[in-house]
Design a binder for this molecule. Structure first.
Ligand code: NAD
Length: 291
């Protein structure tokens, strides 16, 4: 059994991106420029944006965080987005989710110019992805693909069971793995799936993205399966200084001995998500997808 080391893969890709940025700038091109828009004071969002800013600095991108107050209206946010869409200096930008309740996330996602949509959430990018055209891939699914690629995990003809059908994880990873080059036979399970245990137990590759701590147990896993755990749930703990710890969707201790490969939580899929955003920003800086 191999424990997939997301930190190692992320560090290796970060180095590659930094080398490409150094090469670009040595040739006189400007470094890619990412803007992160942060509305309100959500603690987790501030942490995520901080990590993104730090990673930009590490790979040599320029970056700015545009901080807007909690009471920013949807109209004001859309005006900022319009300004960023038209600013020729900005290669790509993200609007950190979740947004305050009075703002429609869908309206915001659809207002972003698909050419600058480095989160890959705009329906144009989703549509291009589903059609197998070049697009900005959503970060978490792309991070999973990077892990499979790095560890040279065989996917062709394998039965991949994805648990969860969200627009940001379950649905896109199911679609990507069914495409040419990955060639999985994919089943998507969700909250209304019948016989979920049996379906999951038939998976050669299981991707758990439902957000329920330790939901996947050893009896649901075929011996030798590859298990990718996307879930992150914060639970109270008296063993940590902070008073809480993170759990995945997989009961790691009992599932790991049955697997060929497994991702831990933390340290598996998590570290990959930011790297995928960096990959998209590099593509945006090079005008690689839309010219
Ligand atoms: P979501 O809540 O949008 O979707 C969860 C999905 O799971 C839904 O489609 C639902 O149908 C399905 N589901 C819920 N209960 C189920 C059950 N009992 N059986 C089968 N299916 C069930 O969640 P999301 O945004 O896709 O995130 C999923 C998890 O992944 C969360 O824990 C989230 O924190 C985590 N996440 C991690 C990363 C990362 O970087 N590692 C990124 C995004 C999300």
């Amino acid at each position: 059994m191999t424990i997939i080391d997301g930190k190692e893969v992320a560090a290796s890709l970060r180095k590659e991106i930094a080398a490409e940025v150094a090469d670009m700038t040595a040739k006189g091109a400007k470094a890619p420029y990412l803007v992160a828009v942060l509305v309100g004071n959500d603690g987790a969002s501030q942490t995520y944006v901080g990590h993104k800013e730090k990673c930009c600095a590490e790979v040599g991108f320029r970056s700015t965080v545009l901080r807007l107050p909690e009471e920013t209206s949807q109209e004001q946010l859309l005006a900022e987005i319009d300004r960023l869409n038209r600013d020729p200096e900005v290669d790509g930008f993200i609007v950190q989710l979740p947004l305050p309740g009075h703002i429609s996330e869908q309206a915001v996602i659809e207002a972003i110019d698909p050419r600058k949509d480095v989160d890959g959430f705009h329906p144009v990018n989703t549509g291009r992805m589903v059609s197998g055209l070049p697009s900005y891939l959503p970060a978490t699914p792309d991070g999973i693909l990077s892990l499979l690629r790095y560890y040279k995990i065989e996917t062709a003809g394998k039965h991949c069971v994805v648990i969860g059908r969200s627009n940001i994880v379950g649905r896109p990873i199911a679609n990507l793995l069914s495409q040419k080059g990955w060639d999985c036979t994919v089943t998507i399970c969700h909250s209304r799936t019948k016989n979920l245990k049996e379906v999951v137990a038939s998976g050669d590759i299981v991707i758990a993205a439902l957000g329920k701590a330790e939901f996947v147990t050893a009896d649901m896993i075929k011996p030798g399966a590859v298990v990718i755990d996307v879930g992150i749930t914060r639970v109270p703990s008296d063993k940590t200084k902070s008073g809480w710890k993170l759990l995945g969707d997989v009961k790691f201790d009992e599932v790991a001995p049955k697997c060929s490969y497994i991702t831990p939580v933390p340290g598996g899929v998590g570290p990959m998500t930011i790297i995928s955003l960096m990959k998209n920003t590099l593509k945006a800086g090079r005008k690689e997808i839309y010219g």
